[in-house]
Design a protein around this ligand. Sequence first.
Ligand SMILES: C[S@@+](CC[C@H](N)C(=O)[O-])C[C@H]1O[C@@H](n2cnc3c(N)ncnc32)[C@H](O)[C@@H]1O
Length: 208
Amino acid sequence: MTGIARLMALAPGDVLSCLVKKVRYRALARRYGFDPWHARSPFECRAYKREVVRLADSLQPGATLEVGCGLGEIVSRVARGQRFGFDIDAAVIPAARHLHGDRCQFEAAGIADTEKIRACIGRSAGADLLIMVNWAHALAWPELSEHVRRLADSLSIRHLIMDTILPGVAGYAHHHTTDELADLGPVLQSIASGDTVRRLNVVALSRP
Ligand SMILES: C[S@@+](CC[C@H](N)C(=O)[O-])C[C@H]1O[C@@H](n2cnc3c(N)ncnc32)[C@H](O)[C@@H]1O
C-alpha cells in the first residue's frame, strides 16, 4: 500500500493525528537515533495497530508482553493489567520509555532472549498474552516457533497474537500460514487486517 492509499484508508479523525505524530516522531528519531520506520508509522497511521489492541483487550490479559514493540504504541494501549515491551533494537527503548514509560516497562531484548525477558518480568505467575506483530515475517517458521515455544513455556503464556502476511504480498521474507500457527495451539481467531497486507491471529498456546 502506498503512503497516500494508507492515508485515504484511515478514519477521518485519524488523518490529522497521523500527520501531527509523524512530525513529532521524526524529531524523536533524530534525538534517539531509532529506525525511521517508527516515525513513518504512528498508531493512527496504521490500521492494524488498533485492530491488535482490540483483539488484546478482548482477551482481558492480567499481564501482556509485546516482543518487537518498537515505540510501544500497541502494548501501551492495552487497557488492563501489567504491560511490558521488548525490542531487539536498543535505540528505540529510551524513546518508548519517553512516550509510555508511565504505563509500561520497556527493555532491550530479542525473541531469543528468554532468560532476560523472564528476569525483567519477574512475575512468578508468568504472563497471559504475547504480542508479536510486523516483524515475525523476517524469521523462518522453525526458528520462530522454537523461540515462541521457549518463551511461552518459561512464562506460562496463554495466548499469542501474531500477524501473518497474506500470500502474494511482496517484500516479506516469510508468509507464515494458519496451519503453521496451529503447531503452537488452536487458532481461535484469524481476521484480515484493513491494511490488506496481513491477517491477525489469536492462538491459544498449548502446554508442553
Ligand atoms: C516494523 S517494527 C513494528 C513495531 C511494532 N510491533 C508495531 O507494530 O508498531 C518491527 C520491530 O521489531 C523489532 N524486531 C525485529 N526482530 C526482532 C526480534 N527478533 N526480537 C525482538 N524484536 C525484533 C525491530 O527492532 C522493530 O522495532
